[in-house]
Design a protein around this ligand. Structure first.
Ligand code: DGL
Length: 264
């Protein structure tokens, strides 16, 4: 199975993309809804949670793990790769490569949680590809709770998005990376507020493409993946909200269970 984790419902945008590009494959998902958001926590805490999340997925049979969380990807990727034998995919690398290739003006915006923005990972990785590119980052700490609350269409959310995007708009970016897997659920509002001419990069598309390429190049691992078209969803706190989003985001067979993670 392909394992996927996030702090909550955001990673479902990655599972949705996985089911589009890899239909038939089975997924096991862990959403840490009891401890969300991760983006306001210290790197040490996020690393600890990411290790626990991955251990859980591996125990459930994941043979490959996608960190469908930019916050965890920004601080915990090396730790997970050291600790686990299974291939670990982060959401940041593919998004950075695509943004650097597609930006014409070399002015890229990034929005993410405070932890992701503070880690400085996007400017660093983009700078490694092309040091001439200017990266403007804006933390958007209210967006994850708004999405977890299901406030995707509220006028208050539109107002907050507009306020957060303003500093990037004045920098005349031509590309905007959604550096948090919750944000594709706000993609429409974000596109409207940043302007039609700005290309939006949704990190789920790139990470799924990398997983697909990897499986093609590694048939021995690919053959270990079960393919009954099922998604097994686990959360650390079942909420009506998670269930509703899972239903609308994933149009396929799925199970949903509550689980308490033990400290590693
Ligand atoms: N969706 C996650 C991310 O991509 C986590 C957000 C959070 O829990 O703060 O960063």
């Amino acid at each position: 199975m392909i394992g996927v984790f996030d702090s909550g419902i955001g990673g479902l945008t990655v599972v949705r993309e996985l089911t589009r590009q890899l239909p038939g494959y089975d997924f096991v998902y862990f959403g840490d809804t009891a401890r969300t958001p991760y983006g306001t926590k210290s790197p040490e805490t996020v690393i600890e949670y990411a290790l626990q999340d991955t251990a859980f997925l591996v125990e459930k049979g994941a043979r490959l793990v996608v960190m469908a969380c930019n916050t965890a990807s920004s601080v915990a990727t090396d730790h997970l790769r050291k600790q686990f034998d299974v291939p670990i995919f982060d959401v940041i690398t593919p998004a950075v490569q695509r943004a650097a290739t597609e930006s014409k003006t070399g002015r890229i915006g990034v929005i993410g949680t405070r932890a992701t923005v503070n880690s400085d990972i996007y400017p660093r990785k983009i700078g490694e590809i092309d040091p001439r590119i200017k990266v403007y980052s804006a933390p958007c700490p209210l967006l994850v709770p708004l999405v977890e609350e299901g406030w995707m269409k509220k006028p208050e959310t539109t107002m907050i998005v507009k306020k957060y995007l303003h500093p990037l708009k004045v920098k005349q970016i031509d590309t905007l990376i959604l550096g948090c897997t919750h944000y594709p659920l706000l993609a429409e509002i974000i596109q409207r507020k940043i302007g039609k001419h700005v290309r939006i990069i949704d990190s789920s598309i790139g990470v799924v493409r990398s997983v697909k390429d990897f499986l093609k190049d590694n048939p021995a691992i690919d053959s270990q993946m079960s393919r009954d078209g099922e998604s097994h969803l686990f959360v650390s706190d079942v909420t009506a909200q998670f269930d509703r989003i899972a239903r609308t985001t994933l149009k396929r067979n799925r199970t949903l269970e509550n689980v308490k993670l033990m400290a590693s």
